[in-house]
Design a protein around this ligand. Sequence first.
Ligand code: NAD
Length: 352
Amino acid sequence: MPIFESMDNYGHEKVAYHQDPRTGLKAIIAVHSTKLGNALGGTRRWYYDNELEALHDVMRLSEGMTYKAAAADLAMGGAKSVVMLPKHGHEHTEDEARSMGQFVDTFNGEYIAAEDVGTSPEFIDWMAQETDHVMGGDTVSTGGDPSPFTSQGCFNAMKASLAHVGDAVDFSGLKVTIQGVGSTGYYLAMLLKEAGATVHATDINQENLRRAVEQAGVIALDSDADIFKAECDIFAPCAMGAILDADTIRNLRCRIVCGTANNVLADPVEDGALIKGQDVLYAPDFVANAGGLIRLAGLYLGMTEDDVDAKVAEIETTTADILELGKTHQSNHEAAVAFARARIDAGGMTTA
Ligand code: NAD
């Protein structure tokens, strides 16, 4: 699809392409909305089959960031960037990161970069040598790994989900199945275990799975077990997106889906309605996984650690409000988008 047509469809303000022949960097920054403020969103390094695939990814992800920030009541817009790798698993270099930092800097703070798939605190700190507008590093930039905050926010969304289905907000005796115990899934497993739940998990990375078993007391599911058919109270997708579609939704044996992964529904409109029809409560992903954004955006905006913690705690009430709103919508996803859009249309946050 031509770029302007794509921008019209998604409602983007600005899309910029950049290449640096010296480092080989090819990157796109998409600013979806700055209505509520400058826009923070991760930098994804990924191998795409073609340029259109990269464009589609950055457009979709940046739109999601707008809704995530608005639903979390942050003075932030939505943006994202992608670095198109020349091949799968292409190693990062300081030169590449600094070149990306220079590209980010051309936005003068309208776009603030952060970590995403394929980037690390080290990469962020290299970018930060070239721009002040990047968050999530350990040395030059600040914020560090946001994953523990994402997991805490998801745990809070689980509490709201339990209350919504009429259960006691008590994890003891509950069975939770986690898909993917990398960063966020691992921290989530720790919180759930501490709260008394039994946690089962799968991961295609055996090392990550072993760490979760040994350090978080997780029970590993059989490698060929179908995680979607696992009987449990809560299913937490904490790996890749687009895992719930017409096939997997029909197989679900849980009462609640609430995880950290982005874009869990393959088709947000159709699959959102389908899961509602199956009587499985779906906690909208961009609401449940906003803790990491709250942390980095919050620090960027000058919040204290206490302010950040209070805002991550608010995910519980926000989720509860959206689930209530979901009763009058085709799906909880649709309700979450309507909730976020209402805040954007009103032009501001209610707090902070
Ligand atoms: P991560 O890479 O640290 O962990 C993901 C884990 O999922 C890895 O261990 C990987 O091996 C595993 N995995 C991949 N495919 C799998 C499969 N098919 N079955 C089982 N396991 C599989 O990533 P993360 O930072 O924990 O992020 C997880 C998800 O949460 C992503 O969708 C990410 O976009 C989203 N998210 C993360 C944050 C954050 O703060 N890190 C914030 C918001 C959203």
